[in-house]
Write a new protein. Sequence first.
Length: 252
Amino acid sequence: MNGLVMIDLNITVVNTAPFPKFLVLNPNYVMTVHRLGNNETTAGFNGNPRMVLNYNPGIWLMPYETVEINFRIIKEESYSLPGVPCSGGDGNYLACGVVIPQLINSPTQLSARSMFPVLDGHIRILKYEGTVSFVVSSTDTEFQKFFALTVPVLFTDGEMYGFTPNYTMTYENYTRKLYEYAGLSVPERTVPQPAFPSNMFGLTNTLLTGVSVAPPVFNIPESEKYDLPVWFVTTNSGIEITYRVKWRERGM
């Protein structure tokens, strides 16, 4: 399966210093700068000498100036659909297991701090908002596929909303649903666990149906709780998932 993640994100930053600052930006992304108040728009660097300082690409922020920077980020991924092995013994198995809706992707984590790791006390991020589009497709449209997906990007400090299509269930419910698919009893929790454990099956990564599972690892801070959405997908060709995200600095 092929994955295409497209992020269209508007980030608002301010220079709180009484003097100009030059903010260095990553030239690998498609970027548009909107100067608030004077309607000036600059698309990309395009060899503009005003956007290069000491050979570093970026933008000038005037004293106390607020600007909005639009980033368009495209990332390609590939995913595998696990098969059910029929090996061992004399190879005389008549049945080898069942197909479960395995989660085939793991989200990347983003936050205001991770996107703008600026070591400068005068540059502050006021807010960000945007849209994420996630297209998973297959060039082999002859055979039907059955799998599960979660969001490709988890904004750890932002609100994610407006999911299209509606997701099937949350990640925590998904982990319980897998036992139901396998015809097993859900183990009782004897100790408190985070909402999204790093190992999907606790003590093992193999279901008793013969399906070997490589669970994705979610490096989620223990102090936070995320209700990750999960989609069950039955398709020949693929699916497109979109959602919105927003975050504001406290006090705005």
